[in-house]
Design a protein around this ligand. Sequence first.
Ligand SMILES: [Zn+2]
Ligand SMILES: [Zn+2]
Length: 556
Amino acid sequence: MKKIISLLIAALLLISSGIAASAASIPSKYSAVDKGLVTPVKTQGNYGSCAAFAAVSCMESDYIKQGYGTKDNTDFSEAYLFWYAVNSIWNDEKSGYYGDGVPVANNVYMQGASDIDLFSALKTDSGIAWEYDFPYSPYDASRMGDYTDSQRFASGCNVRIKDIVELDVSDRDDVKSWILKHGSAAVSFNGTRFYEGSNGTVARNNLALINNHEATIVGWDDDFIAQGLFSSFVMKEKGAWLVKNSWGEEWGDNGYFWLPYSDPTVSTIMGFTVSVNNECAVKYSYNGYAAYFYGKEVPVKGANLFTAEQSGVISKVAFYVYEDTDITVGVYSDNGDGIPDTGKRLTGFKGHYDDEGYYTVSLSSPAKISKGQKFYVVGEYSNNCPLENSAFTSAAPEQSFTFIDGEWNDTSEDRIANNVALDAVITGKHSFGPVQHKDADCNTAGYDMRVCEHCGKVERTVIRPQGHIYGEWKQAGAGRRADVTVWERTCSVCGEREVQYRTGNGKVISLFEAEELIKESDVFAGFLDNAVAFFYTFRNLINDIFRTGFFRLLTF
Ligand SMILES: [Zn+2]
Ligand SMILES: [Zn+2]
């Protein structure tokens, strides 16, 4: 047994191996913005929630691409996704996720998050929420968070995650094909230094080395060049990704910038797709939080034992796979002998996946299942079998099993790996509770609604929020460096505050940039910056070696 490369590090190591796919149908220039697939630029403000903004924008684009909404009426909640990603504790002993969870942080929105955090939150099938139910407050974290578990599964949106895929950063055509199909992909890179070209374009300046920010790729131009003095420092070759940032529309080029293909800090590019939930569908899963997966080597099978909580049909299976995997999934009834694949085979699926990721598949022949019936989901993998491996997870007896050297083993007895990443969805009939009423306020929707007690589906009439009524911008003070000023305006109805940072000539900049300007004028801060950079490098190295969940790869 040996540890295999984790989700987040894999991409880094592949950079030099670049295998080019057929480029026949891929244009040299593309913008999902021009196609109306990209929602307006948002503001993350003072908080380290960039990863949620990047992922949510991808989900919005995929939702629009599938024809469910437009760029103007599709707005999912970053506050909701970030809260449940960073604050995921499973205390309910009856829940399959019991024993899994990220420790509660003191101030959830101040810290960063990794793609793994978002992945763990999304794959539980709690889905995503509307912005007007869980509005983001860029400058006052006390206005968001403290959401409950019941809110999580009754988010009002009925939009769930379908696939979360790690695209091949070394294969531009892989990324481009994904964007043509789904509109966007989330990219992690260094967000510290930018270069404003003489033609007004803003590009990432590739002098920094550590990835610390995440944003959304929405297009590309193979011929892009950053024009002006020192542009050769910005780009080693022509061509760049068009990227939507989360620092407001005033920042960069209307909130966008160009990320050179040659940027050395790009470490992951992730794709997110969604499905709309109208049926009563409940996911059965044991993977609440997986900081890293541990791959049991081939030849290997993995299995999970579930008990149906309602009668219906097993309609979907979902699973994590490493890159280039053939997977065969079989669903078996439990015949009581403790062996996963000796019962009656109820249904199954066979497929191949080039990219590592989490995939949800609708079964062509759904299998009937009755309340209380036990069933096994068995996966046979041509590549390694992914299991949870982190300090925040555990497996109880009779949940997960692996088949190694001709024998099935219960993973609760495995010292390193926990539950198998192999899920099932049972589709049945909704059972709606009583109608609840809530009034609207400035930015939170009001409604009359009822919630299905099985799947969390929400039926409701929405009273849309009327929006804040802001007063004039007023200067609130100066930064430590005299030419950075802070401006504020306040909603006269609810008191929500909006903040801007401006340079001496009135240009609006992000908090990130304001802090950089201040640091540049401060020798000690510059030293500190390098120390922090060293820590990040060291931490990533530790992650790489030990696959621990302790030093998670955070982006802000
Ligand atoms: Zn339901
Ligand atoms: Zn207001």
